[in-house]
Design a protein around this ligand. Structure first.
Ligand code: GUN
Length: 283
């Protein structure tokens, strides 16, 4: 069997079209959905990510206000900026690009963002809301993965989903979302004794570790669905995921490519969260 591809670019395009329509409807009511992006320092990867977020926003009718600060900015000054954005009714979403310079406590900075504007879903209140099934913003990458499963009509109830990786941004929230759909969820990580023994039982695998070729064909049950969150550079400098794509695609039923899989969905879900923050503020 050769797996079918879940095309993240195509799905993200559909989502952006939906966001554009809903944004136009809000604008007709006098509300301009607005995202404030705060970038501190000059990390080259962050510059690229932020540029994408600004372009995606303007393409869908959202306004993204990017404010750049030098790496020397004090933590107290950054916190004061966030408080001002919290109080500004014209701003619906606030995103502080990570990583922050080392002299700052990232979690403290994220916790300063009002949960009502936490479109990254990184605030402890957002994490708690996801855990107990209350309304709140979900982190964009796992939310995008869930939408990819929905796009193929996959019924998670009663299935065994294995998440590889336990980060606060992807692994843990992914596990909660899958549990919320009544899957049986296993979370594997660097201390897992026999990763293949667990993944071979999986109906769905989400690989989110950041390690090239972590998941190989012998670790996948025939017919499993495989989502690859990894973003690595191979020896030739080419973007690749955590999954040995060529091998695993011969075993899986569905698989996400890298690039063109989860990445575009992460970007699209940020737009959805920002729009929803604006919609909620209008209620
Ligand atoms: N740095 C890398 N990815 C992200 C992200 O999704 N959100 C933020 N705020 N910073 C990041």
């Amino acid at each position: 069997m050769t797996a079918q591809l879940i095309d993240g670019n195509a799905l993200a395009r559909q989502i952006r079209a939906d966001v554009s329509g809903r944004t136009a409807a809000l604008k007709a009511r006098g509300i301009q959905p607005t995202l404030a992006i705060v970038l501190v320092g000059d990390d080259p990867a962050s510059q690229v990510y932020v540029k994408h977020k600004v372009n995606d926003s303007s393409e869908t009718g959202l306004v993204a206000n990017l404010e750049r600060h030098p790496a020397s900015l004090g933590e107290a000054e950054l916190l004061a900026r966030i408080h001002a954005l919290n109080e500004d009714p014209s701003v619906h979403g606030i995103l502080v690009q990570l990583p922050l310079p080392r002299h700052m406590d990232s979690q403290k900075v994220i916790e300063a963002i009002s949960p009502a504007k936490d479109v990254d879903g990184f605030h402890v209140a957002s994490a708690g809301a996801l855990m107990v099934g209350r309304p709140g913003f979900w982190p964009c990458t796992p939310h995008g993965c869930l939408r990819m499963l929905d796009s193929i009509g996959y019924e998670l109830r009663g299935k065994h989903a294995v998440v590889i990786g336990r980060s606060n941004i992807v692994g843990k929230p992914m596990a909660m979302m899958l549990l919320g759909r009544s899957a049986t969820v296993s979370i594997c990580h660097s201390a897992t004794a026999d990763l293949g023994a667990i993944t071979r039982q999986a109906d769905v695998i989400v690989a989110a570790v950041g390690k090239q070729n972590l998941l190989t064909a012998d670790m996948v049950k025939p017919g499993a669905v495989v989502l690859d969150v990894g973003m690595n550079r191979n020896a030739e400098g080419k973007l690749c995921g955590d999954v040995d794509f060529e091998g695993v695609r011969e075993v899986a039923s569905w698989i996400t490519p890298v690039p063109g899989g989860v990445g575009p969905m992460t970007r699209a879900m940020l737009l959805v969260n920002t729009l929803e923050a604006a919609e909620r503020s209008a209620k």
